[in-house]
Design a protein. Sequence first.
Length: 116
Amino acid sequence: QVQLVESGGELVHAGDSLRLSCTAPGRTFSSYAMGWFRQAPGKNRDFVAGITFNGDNTYYADSVKGRFTISRDNAMNTVYLQMNSLKPEDTAVYYCNVRIGPNDYWGQGTQVTVSS
């Protein structure tokens, strides 16, 4: 069983910053690319950011480029999402993702709410 645990979401004001974390208790993910997705009410789950297994390459949705930064600490088995200059449209549940073989694994999500 693959378990991912997200944390760090909260209610903030527009322009604030947050850092989300994703850990994997009891399992190492240093060999796998990781990603962050988000889902707003009534909408699809969308890609936000991705990072290769060693952190050498990162990828972002256009809507967050220049504001969000994904990083990882393989020694701590943790992936981060630093979110700056938050906007109300960033409000969503944020999910951590790892793909192992043909399967996608998700955490339970962490709620980020940005008030205007």
